[in-house]
Design a protein. Sequence first.
Length: 195
Amino acid sequence: MSRLLFLSAAAALLSTVTALPTPPNRFSGRGQIWVLNSTDLLDALPSDRIGCLDAHGALTLNHCAVFTQLDQAPHTLSSRIGSCGFRDENMPTNKDSYYGRDSHAWACQPDDAAVRSPPDENYYTLNGLPYPFICNGNINCIYDIKTVPSREDDGAPVWQYYWGSEEMQVAPGHLRTMWLWVPVASPNAAEDESD
């Protein structure tokens, strides 16, 4: 039943999104990933920013890394550290989530590491949106965080958002967020180099 509701909601979203004028693809090349405190693909604004992702893949207040999107299949993301994805079993799991309790936080690993972003973990944006919000998998455009860092040097894990009939929202105390791609003007743009 929850899968049917999801498919109906996804179909409604796609029909709304495809009815809007299609802007040029602004999700390519190099950019920062801002984390927004919003779940509304049509009304979210850059001013909803609560932080950004660092080179290791964690949510930080201002240590924004520059990421590169592979512009051909499999459309993966990488930072100066290496490939990024949700498959690193060394990262913390979302133990508060009913459906996502076995999911690992997003992380960037050296390209020669055993754990890489798999080819089926691709990242994209939906045409017709006012901003290039980053989705992955099967229209997964919402991400789960437990906390917003309170200090400049703190980092917090980010998980994929999972839901179903047993848990329709994120776990208590968590926030549903979105990722906004903010293009970087040139390859020489400043990037946070802290580890």
